[in-house]
Design a protein around this ligand. Structure first.
Ligand code: UD1
Length: 419
């Protein structure tokens, strides 16, 4: 078991390069099992624990996976011969559910353990199941695993009851090899939805409308290997924007798509931070006291739930009262108890946190309770007075590539040690 030791109070300065988007990569990698011929060479893959899990799952299915360099994977799925994804790795992460759609599309059958992931809510997969059934699959859940099978998949119209990133991506994957036209309505519009569609189209799929409310997928007969580079990670970039603002630093965040950061940038500006956008960078500086702000999470282009915890950490040191409302997940305030240990004044009223800003947090011994909560605690610790220990690092390792190294190069006093 390892933990982070952070001595706070140092303004971060310099520049940092953002890696590929976790939530795009973790859908693209399972989708490579649909390449019947040729190899997929995927660049800009973040070197994170969720990706390591996916590599092991791909190998267990019969894919040949080669790491070409730190952030490039070559996957040959020609000889996939196992349709059972039932390992600890599958249970450990959320995105393993994309193997259901990918194996169903190519082999018309799959058995995949129910997914894990951050404990931020009930996280049902009923909309995924509704989509698979609408395409013609029979779906059963037995002994903690999802079984799907179909004689054939046939395109149809599907209106999702909730806007779901996972269901939109999974059904888009499954429908690429269905017969005829599938029309998905009330879909998610996150940048990673568009990235997955672009990847599938590069494999030979025919998908239009990703990034809008309606996605149209014309089924094709086969998909083949291709070269593809994953988009930059919106949430990793946003996390460094918060770290820069919290420490009153001056940080240029490179390899980003500023448009994807608009809702984060807007809220930071409202708080008084200066955010300068370049073509593929944003520079965040803060030279005065931060103002309070009201945040409400929503599907893209709204404020991302995956940035809620980090933003809440920032509001704890604003001058006044902020509110943070979580509308996407019902159990996403676990970081509040940990932030309180650092002196934060936060009350919770149902799905709203009311944060009384104070001049400074103080160091404490805290635990990451999920991936983004962990990132939020690191941001809080960087600005706090004194020493903070952050435990349960496996949550942070799931989604941030070289988090500690990047912060050290920005001047942070942060080390990773054995507990
Ligand atoms: C994905 C992201 C996660 C992010 C979330 C919202 C991955 C691997 N994870 O999670 O980082 O926080 O999107 O941007 O990409 N829901 C249902 N039924 C379903 C599916 C979802 O009721 O079948 C509900 C969920 O409980 C939640 C809401 O819909 O309240 C949104 O969930 P969804 O967008 O599906 O999130 P995930 O795909 O789990």
């Amino acid at each position: 078991m390892e933990k982070l030791i952070i001595n706070g109070g140092i303004p971060l300065k310099g520049s940092v390069d953002i890696n590929g988007a976790k939530n795009a990569a973790v859908a693209i990698l399972p989708a490579t099992v649909m390449a019947m011929t040729g190899k997929c060479v995927i660049e800009n893959v973040p070197d994170i624990e969720d990706v390591h899990c996916l590599q092991r799952i791909l190998k267990s299915l019969g894919c040949a996976v080669n790491k070409i360099n730190e952030n490039t994977l070559e996957i040959d799925s020609t000889d996939v011969n196992n349709f059972n994804a039932c390992t600890d790795d599958v249970r450990r992460m959320r995105a393993s559910y994309y193997f259901i759609g990918a194996l169903l599309a190519r082999f018309k059958k799959a058995r995949v353990e129910l997914p894990g992931g951050c404990p931020i809510g009930v996280r049902p997969i009923d909309q995924h199941i509704k989509g698979f059934e609408a395409l013609g699959a029979e779906v059963t859940i037995e002994h903690g695993a999802v079984n799907v099978k179909a004689d054939k998949l046939v395109g149809t119209n599907i209106f999702f009851d909730v806007v779901s990133v996972g269901a939109t991506m999974n059904i888009m994957i499954a429908a690429t090899l269905a017969e005829g036209l599938t029309v998905l309505e009330n879909v998610a519009k996150e940048p990673h939805i568009v990235d997955l569609a672009n990847f599938l189209n590069t494999m030979g799929a025919d998908i239009k409308g990703a990034g809008t409310d309606v996605i149209k997928i014309n089924g094709v007969k086969e998909l083949k290997g291709c070269n593809y580079s994953v988009i930059p990670d919106q949430i990793e970039a946003g996390t460094f924007m918060i770290a820069a603002a919290a420490t009153k630093g001056d940080v240029t965040i490179n390899n980003v798509i500023p448009k994807h950061l608009e809702s984060i940038t807007a809220k930071l500006k409202e708080m008084g931070a200066i955010v300068d956008e370049g073509d593929d960078s944003v520079r965040v500086t803060v030279d005065k006291k931060l103002r309070p702000v009201n945040i409400k999470t929503a599907p893209y282009p709204g404020f991302p739930t995956d940035m809620q915890a980090q933003f809440m950490a920032l509001t704890t040191i604003a001058e006044g009262t902020s509110t943070v409302t979580e509308t996407v997940f019902e159990n996403r305030f676990m970081h509040v108890a940990e932030l309180r240990k650092m002196g934060a004044h936060i009350d919770i009223d149902n799905r709203q946190a009311i944060v009384e800003g104070m001049p400074r947090l103080h160091g404490a011994v805290v635990n990451a309770t999920d991936l983004r909560a962990g990132a939020a605690l690191v941001c809080a610790a960087l600005t706090a007075e004194g020493r903070t220990e952050v435990g349960r690092l496996h949550h942070i390792d799931r989604g941030y590539d070289d988090f500690v190294g990047k912060l050290q190069r920005l001047g942070a006093d942060i080390v990773r040690v054995d507990e």
